[in-house]
Design a protein around this ligand. Structure first.
Ligand SMILES: NC(=O)c1ccc[n+]([C@@H]2O[C@H](COP(=O)([O-])OP(=O)(O)OC[C@H]3O[C@@H](n4cnc5c(N)ncnc54)[C@H](OP(=O)(O)O)[C@@H]3O)[C@@H](O)[C@H]2O)c1
Length: 494
């Protein structure tokens, strides 16, 4: 190597890189102590966590607040759509994102409300109350066992149960991701979490002087810097710290990047190893200058490499345990070949998202409707035996008729859905065995606790896609429910 091509190597940046990625854990600890940054955000990033948000409409209601609670307990990020934020603060936990909106006013279902949603659980309802009035905590309405002559107060069932649900469905369609994709990194929503996960790994680790970083700006991340071939170097990269637990992407075909580059060829790596300098699974892709493109990377097309050398006899990637992600601009292709689309100097690759694609489809919209919606006016119905909402449907502004129309709007959409039609809701403790039926013929009662659990479980059940069913509780209590089995017995809607 000629002296001309030697540049000043930066020891500080070398230590910083190894420290960030915990190759020198002790230094990392000291640094955090000195800087007072020994916080949770520095804990290992969690690959099991969901990136998207579950939007709960009707979150201040008897059922909605329980759905929120159970989603939080399972580690989901939750956003509550509420009409009155002060009221919501008295009912809901501090851990959630509260957004103000009214489903009857589509203009309030703004990007702030809908951004980054992964699924919607809709528990809204018109206000029903005893004609004689209720207590401040609505105890007479909520108990669900003793009959009080009911009336609708406030907005009409047509507005809330039909038009409102339809508004929410039509807005959600525009924001929900492809049902068979999983969002892994959403760079269009920069967060401190993302900043704590991604860091630069440049050829400084090999003695080189290239420099890069990842900057989170308004709608994208910029992987940018300067690649120098001095000191036999020639690469710049950004890499995530190791995820613990790792990402389980085994149900997916591969990974999809949404990027805008500068015409150069970049590399994408996945690693299953926690080792700093171990085997990576690599894929090279060309960018088109100043143009957004989707780069689709099937797991089967990844090449195992150690640094830039292909590794023979290496097993294919185990997509069940993805520990880290990396993007690189390198002078080298593989095995001493050169990158044909590389020029040293400044570069920029914009990133919008990294997703897993080709997975199974799960429900993305859970609508809580009601048993009885098809019974008003149905031939052969004996009103004497029917629950109050069926008997009093006309007096209650056609509540069930409009709920059915709300259901129809969801069934007509392209969203994978689950429509839950509970029998009379009670405030009794949950934990009962559940009876699911189709055809709208059952009568009975069910605890709001159990309906909330059912809604949360449906989000993770493939067989809950595009089904409509009634549900009531059985007499017996159970410790656990085989949800897969329960949903497997249902027929999808035509
Ligand atoms: N009660 C029963 O026996 C029974 C039986 C079968 C099915 N269901 C159904 O089960 C579901 C849950 O019932 P629940 O008793 O838990 O309901 P709930 O306590 O009355 O809650 C209704 C929720 O909807 C919200 N809401 C009403 N109009 C809205 C609008 N325009 N925009 C946004 N949010 C709105 C309310 O918000 P505010 O707090 O701002 O009012 C409240 O959070 C409902 O779909 C209900 O019809 C009930």
């Amino acid at each position: 190597m000629s002296d001309k091509n030697r540049s000043q190597w930066d020891l500080g940046r070398f230590v910083e890189t190894l420290t960030y990625f915990e190759v020198i854990p002790f230094l990392n600890w000291v640094q955090q102590l000195i800087q007072g940054r020994f916080t949770d955000s520095q804990a290992k990033p969690n690959g099991g966590k969901n990136v998207g948000v579950i939007l709960v409409a009707g979150a201040t209601g008897g059922l909605g607040k329980r759905v929120v609670q159970r989603l939080l307990e399972r580690g989901y990020k939750v956003r509550a759509l509420v009409r009155d934020i002060e009221k919501a603060r008295t009912i809901l936990s501090d851990d959630i994102d509260l957004v103000v909106g009214d489903i009857t006013k589509p203009e309030t279902l703004t990007p702030v409300v809908m951004a980054n949603i992964q699924a919607v659980v809709c528990c809204t309802a018109v206000r029903v109350q005893p004609v004689e009035g209720d207590t401040a905590d609505r105890a007479k309405y909520y108990q669900g066992i003793k009959f009080y002559q009911p009336e609708i107060v406030g907005d009409t069932p047509e507005n809330v149960e039909y038009q409102g649900v339809k508004n929410l469905v039509e807005t959600a369609v525009k924001y929900l991701p492809q049902a068979n994709e999983k969002l892994i990194f959403d760079f269009s929503n920069p967060s401190t979490e993302l900043k704590n996960i991604w860091g630069a790994v440049d050829d400084v680790v090999m003695g080189g002087v290239s420099q890069s970083n990842i900057q989170l700006v308004e709608n994208a991340a910029f992987f940018a810097g300067n690649v120098s071939t001095a000191n036999s170097g020639g690469f710049a990269s950004v890499r995530t710290r190791n995820f613990d637990p790792p990402f389980d992407l085994s149900g997916y075909t591969g990974v999809k990047l949404r990027v805008k580059g500068d015409g150069q060829r970049y590399k994408f790596f996945l690693r299953t190893d926690t080792q700093w300098d171990g085997i990576g699974y690599s894929y090279s892709f060309d960018t088109i200058a100043n143009t957004w493109i989707d780069v689709t990377i099937p797991f089967t097309d990844l090449t195992p490499v150690f640094r830039a050398k292909t590794v023979k006899d290496c097993p294919p990637i185990d997509s069940k345990r993805i520990r880290s992600f990396q993007l690189m601009l390198s002078k080298f292709e593989y095995d001493n070949a050169l990158n044909p689309n590389f020029s040293p100097g400044g570069f920029v690759l914009q990133l919008e998202s990294i997703k897993a694609y080709g997975g199974e489809t799960f429900p993305q919209f859970i609508l809580v409707s009601s048993a009885g919606v098809t019974r008003p006016g149905r031939p052969g119905i004996n009103l004497e035996e029917e629950p109050p909402a069926v008997r009093l449907n006309d007096q209650l502004g056609g509540i069930l008729t409009w709920k059915l129309k709300g259901e129809d709007s969801l069934r007509a959409s392209r969203i994978p859905y689950t429509i839950v039609r509970p029998c009379a809701l009670t405030e009794e403790p949950g934990g009962k065995s559940l009876i699911l039926e189709q055809g709208d013929n059952i009568r009975g009662k069910i605890s709001r606790e159990d309906v909330a659990e059912l809604c949360v479980q449906a989000l993770q059940q493939r067989k809950a896609c595009n089904v409509t069913f009634e549900v009531k509780q059985a007499e017996n209590s159970v410790n656990s429910i085989d949800w897969h089995q329960l949903f497997s017995n249902l027929q999808p809607d035509k």
